[in-house]
Design a protein around this ligand. Structure first.
Ligand SMILES: NC(=O)c1ccc[n+]([C@@H]2O[C@H](COP(=O)([O-])OP(=O)(O)OC[C@H]3O[C@@H](n4cnc5c(N)ncnc54)[C@H](OP(=O)(O)O)[C@@H]3O)[C@@H](O)[C@H]2O)c1
Length: 353
């Protein structure tokens, strides 16, 4: 596990200690315990980041509630965070001090196809995450953030936004005039809505809350469906698409929604299989519609640093700003986790340092 430190430019008068949260087992679940972090100098290829903000993903709740199926004791939570580089190692060439950067979810997946070894360095999981005042990352594991975004906005990008981008653009080949279905109004789904609209696609959004559907319309959603009052939402989607189905489904629900997502996809369409909001149960019973429709399903696990960089360029071109629901203070991190768990949010929940 990498070092987390508070090493700062020795010419400046800087604090020598830093704080961060760690998961600490409390009964069956983890607590979020704030404490002092070790001080270390950046290694030759490392950059020290003064974190401005971290953002939450459903995955952080899985870890917090001890449902990941592996121990998280002592791990610094959160894959997602961004901040200013305040010191760099002697051989760093990609990044200069003063840059605003975000961590890349899989620290070692820079480009090319995914390899299983990349799981060994996933921020906020197999490696320490971003819920700390300072973090030390390899220069290859950070992405420079375009100047039009601030640290709070940048903190929302590494997991949810890159996942939506991977599913729709890198793997799905989204293009103008296509139709996209996004399930719910959480982090991944709202980024998918924004990215799809910026590509000139038509977007259908589902939600359990009518007020969230109104908000989705304000962001450009063309059609909306309340999946609580319309449990057969796939049939509604079918009618909305003149019995053709959608070109892309951003499938964040898992076992409880997959059959209806397959019912909603068009012939030759694409399903980005992303999430587990309805649990981790078997998903295999209902795959035949893919055959009948000559449709594709893509397993998506976030993306490479290059995906992130391409997405950041696209966002800058379109001046796209992340949709942030609430920002919590660092000392109230647990409140942020509780709020995310309540499902009241629309878009992203952020913790600022
Ligand atoms: N594979 C990957 O790389 C990857 C990356 C990121 C996330 N994920 C997964 O994707 C899922 C979403 O993550 P997130 O961080 O975006 O979550 P999130 O922000 O916590 O999203 C929560 C929202 O999902 C919606 N939702 C819950 N149950 C639903 C259902 N049965 N049908 C439709 N919508 C439902 C609700 O929206 P409404 O309130 O509008 O109903 C809820 O507010 C999670 O399972 C997460 O683990 C996977």
């Amino acid at each position: 596990m990498e070092r987390i430190c508070d090493f700062l430019n020795k010419d400046q008068l800087m604090p020598t200690t830093s704080t961060g949260y760690r998961f600490t087992l409390q009964g069956d679940t983890y607590g979020l315990v704030q404490g002092e972090l070790q001080i270390a100098d950046p290694g030759p290829h490392e950059v020290l980041i003064k974190v401005h903000a971290a953002s939450l993903n459903y995955r952080d709740l899985i870890h917090w509630r001890n449902k990941a199926g592996r121990p998280m004791e002592g791990v610094i939570p959160c894959s997602d965070g961004a901040g200013e580089v305040v010191a760099v190692g002697s051989k760093v060439t990609r990044i200069v001090p003063g840059s605003l950067v975000a961590g890349s979810f899989f620290q070692e997946w820079v480009n090319g196809p995914f390899e299983m070894k990349y799981h060994q360095q996933a921020l906020g999981g197999s490696a320490n995450g971003m819920l700390a005042q300072h973090v030390l990352l390899n220069e290859q594991g950070v992405v420079k953030i375009p100047a039009y975004l601030n640290g709070i906005e940048a903190s929302t990008l590494p997991c949810a936004a890159v996942t939506a981008w991977a599913g729709l653009v890198e793997r799905g080949g989204l293009h103008t005039g296509q139709t996209v279905l996004v399930l719910g109004t959480g982090g991944v789904s709202i980024f998918a809505l924004q990215l799809a609209k910026a590509h000139g696609a038509k977007v259908i959004v589902t939600s359990s809350h009518d007020d969230k559907l109104v908000h989705a319309k304000e962001l450009g959603a063309d059609e909306t469906v309340n999946y609580k009052t319309h449990p057969d939402w796939d049939k509604v989607v079918w009618e909305l698409t003149h019995k053709q189905g959608v070109d892309h489904v951003v499938e964040v629900g898992g076992p409880g929604t997959l059959a209806k997502s397959l019912g909603s996809v068009k012939a030759s369409g694409s399903v980005a299989l992303i999430g587990v909001l309805t649990g981790f149960g078997p998903m295999g019973d209902s795959l035949f519609p893919l055959v009948a429709k000559n449709a594709s399903i893509h397993g998506i696990y976030v993306g490479s640093r290059e995906y992130f960089e391409r997405m950041a360029r696209f966002m800058e071109q379109h001046q796209m700003h992340p949709i942030i629901d609430k920002v919590f203070d660092f000392d109230h991190a647990q409140k942020a986790f509780e709020y995310q768990e309540s499902g009241q949010h629309f878009g992203k929940v952020v913790i600022k340092m």
